[in-house]
Write a protein that binds this ligand. Sequence first.
Ligand code: IMP
Length: 216
Amino acid sequence: MAHRVFAGERLVVASHNRGKLREIAALTDSLGLVTLSAGELGLPEPEETGKTFAENALIKAHAAAKRANLPALGDDSGLAVEALNGAPGIYSARWAGPRKDFAGAMDKIETMLADRRATGARDRKASFICALALAWPDGHVEVFEGSVAGRLVYPWRGRQGFGYDPMFQPEGHAQTFAEMAPEEKHEISHRARAFAKLMRQVFQGSRDVGTQARQA
Ligand code: IMP
């Protein structure tokens, strides 16, 4: 099916997560759009009842597009640890609890791996996954996914980024996401890769995003 081309001037970013908003702002920067966050529009956070990243991204995008009567971009993302059968996955934010305790969430991953005696090099394999859904007020939606493979490090390293970034070292890199400059993470991240697909199909690839992400 043909993709719908984005022709508007205003876009709602359907997230209340400051780390995501910062990264999405950097990615949408070159589009010359007016972007409005769900928070500044006073939109509520819908319940994430989906079973997949794509379903949850759709829930967020649809809810915001309807409420704001504008196209809205929803992001659902998380960390999938192979030796934990993909956990925390879509529950990545929930593992940190209402106090957003990501140190605790990273400790929990390490404890669970130890409890399962998953202590080999192969057990450190993980990936970040991001689904981006762009919904229009008339109900049309476009969904794109991106992922990046890597390994878990513990103790974690770095202070940049957000969430599980300090524990994640992308394949082929010596630094964790939290040790990288934001621009470096944007070259290879799951979010940038999903965004590159969105750009190609919906914004017709007319603007620049990270070169490696564009090839993904
Ligand atoms: P949700 O998509 O709002 O359910 O939350 C996704 C959660 O996954 C975030 O709160 C982070 O914990 C984690 N996450 C998603 N993307 C990233 C990232 O780029 N770096 C670190 N953590 C991330």
